[in-house]
Every structure is written in structure tokens, then in C-alpha cells.
Design a protein around this ligand. Structure first.
Ligand SMILES: *Cc1c(COP(=O)(O)O)cnc(C)c1O
Length: 363
């Protein structure tokens, strides 16, 4: 390894997780959610690998991400869903690129219909597919129950003009308590029935993400949207990826820069710091693997870690594994998260973009 620090992203591990999760949620389908640059794993390589493994739905969050995926080779057989827009969003480019559009309000619906009316006379125009979003209690986005009939009616009216296609109804749930999720499911199914009664096509119903989608059959419906579990990061306390049949996808590697004696201790300097996105909160909590054994992290500086190597002093240039699958004795990012009071997802997402991602596998 020449880079001081690198994030190795194992596309075969990703493929394995995708296969395992698909089998778990079947007959529902799996949407791979690649927002936040696939939580630091790299949105395009992840989406292309998902498509190679037969995934037919990618969740992008924003239009820039959706268009990056289309431009990068995610073809029209794979639905790419965007749902969060800045005011004044340009929907014409989304329609041209055949992005599926989440719609949370009548004003968004109007903007999409206007863009479709502009695009309609161009050769190759395909009316965009809509995923109408209902708020079932999370209050993040989506139409409230009061606003729902007006949103559905606006979509159906635009469909009658040939501007859009109603296709899916969806919501996002808290996944914090079983009771709340059950209540959200009931509200959601009522919203689906109301949408159908108003003339909307509801070919796909989706509500659950990693946590509820893994545990609860009743919330899977037609499609489950997963981020965290695809990267092999369990969303459950005290559960290892292996117990869920998953493999962590990212391994963060660095190297030993030097060793210094400090009274009766030996301290190694390892070439990754908070400037690379290593959280300072892992100091005194998590460890790094050197030569197959774990050594406690004493401090996280901007450009390096200080690791206690008393009893077994490593060579300069020796590989250090910060987190990964455990194959070289290292902790997983889920363990790092548990030990330092954050989420494994948050740690991978915050690994700095300047840290090179090295992709391995990927058939
Ligand atoms: C982020 C997100 C997901 C995926 O969440 P995980 O818990 O990482 O699986 C699913 N749906 C929506 C709407 C999201 O924003």
C-alpha cells in the first residue's frame, strides 16, 4: 500500500450483502439507497455493482446524485428515485434522464407537471413515474393525511394530460418503536387505499428501511429501501454483521509511521487522523489491528493516531487496519460506533472525500 490512508471498498462483499438481503425480504424487492455518497462507499461504484447483481431500484435522495448515476451508466431498467429538492428545482433534466420522482406536495407536483409540459413535445419524451409520499408520523417530508387527497388528485389530473405516470406510494417510518411503526403501517395502507380510490395507479408500495425491513415481514410490502445493511453495518445494538449474514464492505487502512518510547510504554504513530475523518471520540475506546492483534487508540490527532503498542513494537511501514471485516483481527465499524457513542454509518459517511477509495472485486 502506498497511500498513507485508504478506504478499501469490497464490491464482492457488497454483492454478498445485497444477495442476502434480497433473499431476506423476498418476495419484496430491495432498493439500495446510495445517498451521502453511499454512506462514504462511493455512490456510482456501489450503484453499478447493485445493478450488476440485478437490483432494479436505487435510492438517490437528490437529483444531482440521480443524474450522476444515469450519466455513469445506471441504465433505464433500473429505477433511480430522487425525493428531496431545493426550491426551484429543475425537473426537466430529471425527466430527460428518466429519474423516478418522489412527490411530497402539490407545489412539487405542479413544478413537475410544468416541466413535463415543456418536455412533452421533444422526441423520446417519456412521462416520469411518480412516487407519491405520505407522511405517516415522522414529519420529515411527505404530504400530511389532510393534504393527501389534494396531492393524489393533482397527480391523477396531470396523468390524464399525459404528463406523468402515477406508479408508487411510499412513506418513511421512524423504526424506533414497534407500536409507532405499526401505526405508520396502518396510516400508510389507508393512504394507499385512498390513492387508488382517487384513480392513482399504485403498482409499488414502500415504507421500510434497513431496521424494520430486516425484522418485520408485515412492513416489507413491495419494496424495502436499505442503506446501512447493504454496507454490512447492523442497525441493531450488540449484533455483529456475521450474525446477520452480512460482511462489512469498507476497510480503513493506514500504516505505521514511527514508534516512540514514553516511559514504560511504546507508542506507534499511525497515518490517519481526524483530518481523514477518524472520529476523535474513538480515543481511549476503540483499537487498531497491527499484525493481527488489537492495540488501543490513545489519541486521535489531525494527521495521525497514537496507538499503544507496548509489548509488541511494529515495524515502520507496517500495515494498520483501523476497522474492517475482522479478518485481520480488527474491529468492525459497528464496534467502533458502539464504543464511541455514534453509528457505524456515521463513521463511514464522514471518512474524508480526500481519502482514496480503492475498489476490489465486483463481478
Ligand atoms: C436513508 C434512507 C433509507 C435507508 O436507511 P437505512 O437505515 O440506512 O437503511 C431509506 N429510505 C429513506 C427515505 C432514506 O432517507
Amino acid at each position: 500500500m502506498s497511500a498513507l490512508v485508504e478506504a478499501v471498498v469490497d464490491l464482492d462483499a457488497l454483492g454478498h450483502n445485497i444477495d442476502a438481503l434480497r433473499a431476506r425480504v423476498a418476495p419484496a424487492e430491495l432498493m439500495v439507497v446510495v445517498k451521502a455518497d453511499a454512506y462514504g462507499h462511493g455512490r456510482l461504484p456501489v450503484a453499478l455493482q447493485a445493478a450488476r447483481r440485478g437490483i432494479r431500484w436505487i435510492g438517490a435522495l437528490d437529483l444531482d446524485t440521480a443524474l450522476t448515476l444515469r450519466a455513469g451508466g445506471v441504465g433505464p431498467d433500473t429505477g433511480v428515485l430522487a425525493w428531496l429538492y431545493p426550491p426551484g428545482e429543475d425537473f426537466e433534466r430529471a425527466i430527460t434522464a428518466r429519474v423516478d420522482l418522489g412527490v411530497s406536495s402539490v407545489s412539487e407536483m405542479d413544478a413537475i407537471a410544468r416541466a413535463a409540459a415543456e418536455a412533452r413535445d421533444r422526441p423520446g419524451f417519456v412521462a416520469p413515474r411518480l412516487h407519491l409520499k405520505l407522511d405517516t408520523g415522522l414529519h420529515r417530508n411527505g404530504a400530511t393525511a389532510d393534504d393527501w387527497p389534494a396531492l393524489v388528485a393533482a397527480a391523477v389530473a396531470a396523468e390524464r394530460r399525459g404528463l406523468v405516470r402515477t406508479h408508487a406510494v411510499w412513506t418513511h417510518i421512524a423504526e424506533a418503536s414497534e407500536e409507532e411503526d405499526t401505526l405508520s403501517l396502518e396510516r400508510f395502507l389507508a393512504g394507499v387505499a385512498a390513492a387508488r380510490a382517487l384513480g392513482a395507479t399504485v403498482a409499488v408500495r414502500h415504507l421500510a428501511a434497513s431496521s424494520a425491513g430486516f425484522r418485520r415481514e408485515d412492513v416489507r410490502l413491495d419494496l424495502v429501501r436499505m442503506g446501512g445493511h447493504c454496507w454490512g453495518i447492523p442497525s441493531f445494538d450488540g449484533v455483529t454483521p456475521a450474525q446477520m449474514g452480512l460482511v462489512p464492505v469498507m476497510t480503513l487502512r493506514a500504516q505505521v509511521l514511527g514508534v516512540r518510547r514514553d516511559r514504560d510504554r511504546a507508542l506507534a504513530f499511525v497515518s490517519a487522523g481526524y483530518g481523514d475523518g477518524v472520529p476523535r471520540s474513538v480515543a481511549g475506546k476503540a483499537s487498531v489491528a497491527l499484525g493481527g492483534t488489537q492495540h488501543p487508540i490513545v489519541a486521535v490527532e489531525r494527521d495521525h493516531l497514537v496507538v499503544d503498542v507496548t509489548g509488541r513494537e511494529p515495524e515502520v511501514g507496517e500495515a494498520a487496519v483501523l476497522f474492517g471485516t475482522g479478518a485481520e483481527g480488527e474491529q468492525t465499524v459497528r464496534e467502533w460506533g458502539d464504543l464511541s457513542g455514534t453509528l457505524g454509518d456515521e463513521i463511514t459517511t464522514r471518512i474524508a472525500s480526500r481519502v482514496p477509495r480503492r475498489y476490489i472485486g465486483g463481478s
